[in-house]
Design a protein around this ligand. Structure first.
Ligand code: FES
Length: 100
């Protein structure tokens, strides 16, 4: 199961201010998250964006560590932080949280 956390206002990135992009994904690519599942999650996100015509309409970036390694893999979708994201759960999360 994954947990949802609201990101503190100060942690939001510059992409929220971009008017022409309605979705934002930030994936943690630190070594802990990467080996615990974000390697597969990265491919799932790329495939999801392509299949749903969201390439160019989503700010998709990576960061080196979200300082939450014990709860990894970590990623953020439209301002919500998701922890312990299992690759088999990610497609459902994307379908539910992305503005398509
Ligand atoms: S490597 Fe992802 S939170 Fe540290």
């Amino acid at each position: 199961m994954f947990r949802v956390h609201k990101i503190r206002h100060q942690q939001k990135t510059k992409f929220e201010k971009m008017d022409n992009q309605k979705n934002e994904i930030v994936i943690c690519l630190g070594s802990s998250c990467y080996t615990r599942g974000n390697r597969k999650n990265l491919e799932t996100i790329k495939r999801f964006l392509k299949e749903n015509g969201l390439k160019g309409k989503c700010a998709f970036t990576g960061k080196l560590c979200s300082e939450n390694c014990g709860n990894g893999p970590v990623l953020e979708i439209n301002g919500e932080k998701f922890t312990k994201v299992k690759p088999e759960e990610l497609k459902g999360i994307l379908q539910f949280k992305m503005k398509i």
